[in-house]
Ligand binder design. Structure first.
Ligand code: PBG
Length: 336
């Protein structure tokens, strides 16, 4: 640092930090409810909210409860919800046909929210894992290998069924090659030119998804299996840029990096290189860590969650999928 009279500095970073007014004036990033996407698990039945043991505070909702939740989310200023159906075991199969059932749970959930709160953005997950008897995101061959092009054919049908149900955004989370382009073409052909695609462009084969697989009930199906032949190696960063480039070229409107905190370097690189709408998914395992530390009194949950999400913004994220969305929107409204 520049020194002035004697040994004292002329430039002092602490001047602007001294008062609340100047800290506010120079603040570079601001987390608002506009940044939040709220992921929700939905179940069959009525009048039920089922707690998810590995995600304290998160509940699986029946469609009537989902409607209520959508109203509450809209009141808190949350722009969009992402739906994850829990498929009853008897509806799972090797060919995942339930994925594109027009009367499926996901499709009815979309319609329920759009009927209750038409302005709420509804995002659906395009992947086969909630519907396959083996818990993989695609169809498997006799060796258990997830076959790409055959899977894409099913994903196309699934995405179209979501659009027909009224989904505003379809979000392929399966990591098959070529699926974004194939889905885009199908949507265009069917006249859904404004149905947006949020591509899980750089999705890593992460151990942080454990609680999610409990929540949707796919972990038992998956058994000891893993997803490393299609989800990315956590050691790779350049490869994420290639994946994002492909998805944007194929017509993705927005891209996502997943998980969040351990991958913020990837968020920064993607944002800098492409300047595209970039989202980050703070996944179930991240949520579980914050909850566990908070419950034990080891960390101040509210403070660390707000800090972590602000960090996502600073890294370049335009928005964040987080199971803390409702809490965060409430905390932010209390702070004003
Ligand atoms: C399914 C899907 C997963 C998540 C979102 N969509 C799980 C997986 O890939 O195994 C994880 C979300 C989370 O952990 O919060 N394709």
């Amino acid at each position: 640092m520049e020194t002035g009279h004697g040994e004292f500095p002329l430039a002092r970073g602490r001047r602007l930090r001294r008062d609340d007014f100047s800290r506010r004036l120079v603040r570079e990033n601001r987390l608002t409810s506009d940044d939040l996407i709220y992921p929700v698990f939905v179940i069959e039945g009525e009048g039920k909210r089922e707690p998810v043991p590995s995600m304290p505070g998160v509940e699986r909702l029946t469609l009537d409860e989902l409607r209520r939740e959508a109203v509450a989310a809209a009141e808190l200023g949350i722009p969009a919800m992402a739906l994850f159906p829990v498929t009853p075991p008897e509806r799972k199969s090797a060919d995942a046909a339930e994925a594109y059932n027009p009367e499926g749970l996901a499709q009815r959930a979309v319609a329920a929210i759009k009927a209750e709160v038409p302005a709420m953005g509804v995002i659906t997950d395009v992947a086969l894992d909630p519907f396959t008897s083996h818990g993989q995101d695609g169809l498997v061959d006799e060796n258990g290998y997830v076959v790409n092009d055959e899977t894409v054919e099913v994903l196309i049908r699934q995405a179209l069924s979501h659009a027909e149900a009224g989904a505003d955004v379809v979000a392929p989370s399966d990591m098959m090659d070529g699926r974004v382009g194939a889905i885009r073409e199908e949507l265009e052909d069917a006249g859904y030119v404004n149905t947006r695609i949020l591509a899980y462009a750089a999705k890593y084969a992460s151990a942080f998804y454990g609680p999610f697989r409990d929540a949707v009930g796919s972990s038992a199906n998956l058994g000891g299996g893993d997803k490393r032949t299609y989800q990315m190696d956590p050691a790779n960063g350049d490869e994420a840029l290639r994946e994002v480039a492909m998805d944007l070229q194929e017509g993705a409107d927005m891209v996502m990096i997943k998980p969040g905190l351990p991958y913020l370097d990837v968020v920064r690189r993607v944002k800098e290189q492409f300047g595209a709408p970039t989202f980050v998914y703070q996944v179930s395992g991240e949520y579980a860590m914050f909850k566990a530390a908070g419950a034990n009194g080891w960390l101040d949950e509210r403070a660390v969650v707000l800090e972590a999400l602000t960090g996502c913004k600073r890294a370049g994220a335009d928005g964040i999928l987080t199971y803390h969305a409702m809490d965060v929107a409430r905390w932010l409204s209390e702070e004003r």
